[in-house]
Design a protein around this ligand. Structure first.
Ligand code: IPD
Ligand code: CA
Length: 265
């Protein structure tokens, strides 16, 4: 079985296992702080267990880097890392806001740039986005590309959850000039939707995003033809450590990038 098929298969199982509990009391619970630093909820635990059980059952030789469970080595000679955010958008999933997903990626080496496969599943409807290196990006079987045309409405995605005053001041000209700024609360699903062409740019300059929140989106955006840069406008890359926190810009093309950033430089 190809790695991408394993990730797609297990993503479907997550969807089956959590779709009826999101937004109910069963989604909540407090299991203490997970490896990523947030409180682990019941829905997070159920989704992660689905993945761990599945990978063990098929003897997939890997190290799992889970947002809640931390580093779990599943064999003596692992072939690489499964980077798992089993529920991205946990707060939405617990409250029943219909915008959350799972994000799974595989990397043979300890770097984002080595990721070969990524799958993001919208857990509110089962829609799946995926990519394998140099093979393009897909949404439920159709090839997807970033929105590389002059848009009718320019949609500017900006993650501002917990942003400090300094960053809000810096971003203020964007909010003032653009009537269609958006922030939905699940970074991975926002990256997938950006890759599908539903937004023209997606910006997160908070230096808070974890590897788990970005790994699958990283490959899907790249394979869909997007520019993926860090806060210094260099190509985004990072190691897979639990301490790594990232800022990033996903832009459909150089024109929209220049357009937006000329407003805040
Ligand atoms: C969160 C979401 C959210 C982003 C947070 C992340 P989680 O992931 O991606 O959009 O603003 O920084 O922590 O905690 O729900 O997996
Ligand atoms: Ca999570």
């Amino acid at each position: 079985m190809e790695v991408i098929d394993i990730l797609r298969d297990v993503s479907k199982k997550i969807y089956e296992n959590v779709k009826d509990i999101a937004g109910t009391e069963d989604a909540a619970g407090n299991f203490g702080r997970g490896a990523g630093g947030d409180i682990s909820r019941n829905i997070d635990i159920i989704a992660e267990k689905t993945v761990l059980d599945y990978l063990k059952a098929i003897n997939f030789e890997c190290v799992v880097l889970g947002e809640e469970c931390g580093r779990v080595q599943l064999s003596k000679n692992p072939k690489g890392f499964v980077i798992m955010d089993a529920i991205d958008g946990s707060a939405n999933s617990v409250r029943g806001v219909p915008f959350f997903c799972s994000s799974l990626a595989f990397a043979p080496e300890n770097r984002l740039s080595s990721i070969t496969d990524g799958v993001i599943t919208n857990l509110t409807n089962g829609e799946m986005y995926w990519a394998s290196k140099n093979k393009g990006a897909f949404w439920d079987g159709s090839i997807i590309n970033v929105h590389n045309k002059d848009p009718i409405y320019k949609i500017v995605g900006i993650n501002i959850s917990g942003a400090n005053l300094e960053l809000m001041k810096k971003l203020q000209p964007i909010f003032e000039k653009h009537n269609h700024t958006r922030h939905f609360g699940a970074n991975a699903l926002e990256m997938a939707m950006f890759a599908r062409g539903l937004m023209d740019i997606f910006i997160d300059l908070r230096k808070k995003i974890r590897i788990q929140d970005i790994a699958a989106g990283y490959l899907i955006v790249k394979e869909a033809g997007g520019l993926l840069l860090d806060e210094n406008f260099d190509l985004l890359d990072a190691d897979l450590s639990y301490d790594t926190r990232i800022s990033f810009i996903a832009a459909a093309n150089q024109t929209i990038l220049d357009d937006i950033f000329s407003e805040i430089r």
